[in-house]
Design a protein around this ligand. Structure first.
Ligand SMILES: [Zn+2]
Ligand SMILES: [Zn+2]
Length: 266
């Protein structure tokens, strides 16, 4: 059975998306046609003003701003799809989730981002570039993010993706042993954190053998998460009304033998 949901998408409420990506444009692009989504989660970038330490980029992307999508959604044509309001919430350098419990309850679900390692000297020290160090950094933050305790269902988005390390990402990922992944995913399962099946699995420069073009390291990682008994959600991370990344992720999910009953019920 085809899994027709996507919980990681952005609209123009995210500073990195173009102005024309309104909620309606996103829904028109993703929730129509034969392949259209039945469930769409919108997850704009968020740092709650009540949590100290937002960067200049994050400051305008506060709760009031991100939750305003509810108003926008009052007047959209959903084409019959169920639309959920989530957010992609930052996890600070000192491992605090950037939203209060009170504000978290305003959302249908939340995605916690533990590895925005492209945010130099904000999330990761700019001097940290050695693959061994970046790997340990990403692992420890994944483990910490699992412990986040909020009154809504949460997922971990783009797990272990070494953003902005294209030359060393395979070295970073291949150094994570099956045992370490096992411990990480045991923790995610214990704390009920959904594992995202993210577009990063198609890192074009990663060694890969399967027909879909998914990196071997991601096939291994998601395979261990599946063995561990984690639940999953699809997250295309589209910033445009562009359905193809999500459709490719459904094919990858099928390839991994992940079925509807293993998907998180957000
Ligand atoms: Zn992200
Ligand atoms: Zn995102």
């Amino acid at each position: 059975m085809d899994i027709r949901s996507d919980f990681h998408t952005h609209t123009n409420l995210s500073a990195c998306a173009a102005d024309e990506v309104t909620a309606q444009a996103l829904i028109d692009g993703l929730c129509t046609g034969e392949d259209g989504l039945r469930v769409l989660g919108i997850s704009n970038h968020l740092w709650d003003s009540d949590i100290e330490g937002a960067s200049e980029w994050y400051k305008p992307q506060n709760v009031e701003h991100v939750i305003s999508i509810r108003k926008e959604l009052e007047n959209v044509d959903t084409h019959g799809a169920r639309i959920l309001v989530g957010a992609e919430v930052e996890f600070s350098a000192d491992c605090r989730v950037a939203i209060t419990r009170e504000h978290a309850a305003l959302f249908d679900y939340l995605l916690i981002t533990a590895n925005h390692v492209h945010m130099k000297d904000f999330i990761i020290p700019a001097s940290m570039t050695a693959p061994d160090e970046v790997r340990e950094f990403i692992i420890s933050r994944f483990l910490s993010a699992c412990e986040v305790d909020l009154p809504v269902k949460c997922g971990i988005c783009h797990p272990f993706f070494p953003m902005s390390f294209p030359k060393t990402d395979n070295e970073i990922l291949s150094g994570i042993t099956d045992e370490v992944y096992g411990k990480c995913f045991e923790k995610a399962k214990k704390y009920k954190k959904s594992i995202e099946i993210h577009t990063s699995v198609f890192g074009p420069h990663l060694p890969h053998h399967n027909d879909l073009g998914a990196g071997d390291e991601y096939v291994r990682m998601i395979g261990i998460a599946k063995e561990t008994g984690c639940t999953f959600h699809i997250g295309s991370d589209v910033h445009k009304p562009f359905a193809l990344p999500g459709i490719k992720l459904r094919e990858f999910t099928k390839y991994m033998g992940i079925t509807e009953d293993m998907m998180t019920d957000f």
